[in-house]
Design a protein around this ligand. Structure first.
Ligand SMILES: Nc1ncnc2c1ncn2[C@@H]1O[C@H](COP(=O)(O)OP(=O)(O)OP(=O)(O)O)[C@@H](O)[C@H]1O
Length: 290
């Protein structure tokens, strides 16, 4: 397997006494497209900011393209695109002025791509020449996405990029992501709460919980293998089932979530009163992150 593009080892981050990242290990391979999931406040933005060196971790190591993130070269920086959760555009400029400014900074800036996206995403002459601070939240989010894509990055980090977009805008963005960005082999890390979007674009999912990546795998495989096994408490063995994620007592029954069905689940399924149910992505999110 080729060397990881992103490598995080034992990364910790505290805000005061609150531990947000707890010795987190994570690696992302070239061309991987990963959806990052977690509850509100789980630390997704913090994780992405530490990954990019925008926030200093309190412990551990982060490398991007094999370089320590604290001393990242201009070349490596030029290969990264980032859409933050809150847009950080120069809002006193107009879109045309902002893109002129960034074009001068990035050798690989693709003006044709910017113009094409502006046209397809409904930026007529009037919007292109209006100060960004007077644009709507969704319009500003579209500009942040265009800015992140314009230099055709090899690593694209998106922190809830579609939260302000309407369904038409979201679909247009996802089409661009799937048809252009992912098609080109770009490595993508994408946090969102819109699970249906992830099912469309993310081949891999990673769940952040208690400051660590609690579960990661291919979306299809996770959904195919994950089951809720509801068992009379007396029938359930005390030892964890193979691939067990969590178990919870519900009256006389115990509900066990497994990532993948092993022989023990097949055996239990034959016992009277046992139910084995498939999980949706939403079920899996709730079960893994609760
Ligand atoms: N600058 C800061 N100072 C103090 N606490 C912070 C700061 N930034 C984030 N936190 C805290 O760290 C935790 C993680 O926040 P973060 O924004 O990374 O979560 P998130 O998973 O991105 O959440 P959401 O899904 O709501 O966007 C939260 O409890 C938050 O209150």
């Amino acid at each position: 397997m080729s060397a990881a593009i992103v490598r995080m080892s034992s990364v910790s981050k505290y805000f005061g006494s609150q531990r947000v990242l707890a010795d987190l290990d994570w690696q992302i391979a070239p061309g991987q497209v990963v959806g990052l999931l977690g509850r509100n406040g789980a630390g997704k933005s913090t994780l992405l900011e530490c990954m990019l060196g925008l926030r200093e971790a309190d412990g551990g190591a982060v490398t991007l393209f094999g370089e320590d993130v604290a001393g990242l070269s201009d070349d490596a920086r030029g290969r990264i695109g980032y859409v933050p959760q809150r847009t950080d555009l120069f809002d006193w400029l107009t879109p045309v002025q902002m893109f002129d400014y960034f074009r001068a900074m990035y050798p690989r800036w693709n003006t044709g791509k910017v113009d094409g996206l502006l046209s397809r995403w409904d930026f007529g002459p009037e919007l292109r020449n209006k100060p960004i601070k007077r644009l709507s939240g969704g319009e500003q989010q579209k500009l942040a996405i265009i800015r992140a894509l314009a230099h055709e990055p090899e690593l694209l980090i998106l922190d809830e990029p579609v939260s302000a977009l309407d369904p038409v805008g979201r679909r247009a963005f996802l089409r661009e992501l799937v048809d252009q960005v992912i098609e080109r082999g770009t490595t993508v890390v994408f946090s969102t709460h819109i699970l249906s979007d992830l099912e469309r674009v993310a081949f891999d999912l990673a769940f952040l919980k208690d400051g660590r990546i609690a579960l990661q795998g291919q979306t299809d495989a996770l959904l195919e293998g994950a089951r809720r096994v509801v068992v009379p408490a007396a029938t359930l063995p005390g030892a964890p089932l193979a691939g067990e994620v969590r178990r919870r007592q519900e009256g006389a029954m115990t509900s066990v979530i497994v990532q993948a069905q092993g022989d023990d689940v097949a055996r239990l399924a034959r016992e009277p009163g046992v139910r084995v149910e498939p999980l949706t992505l939403e079920d899996l999110f709730i079960e893994v992150t609760q």
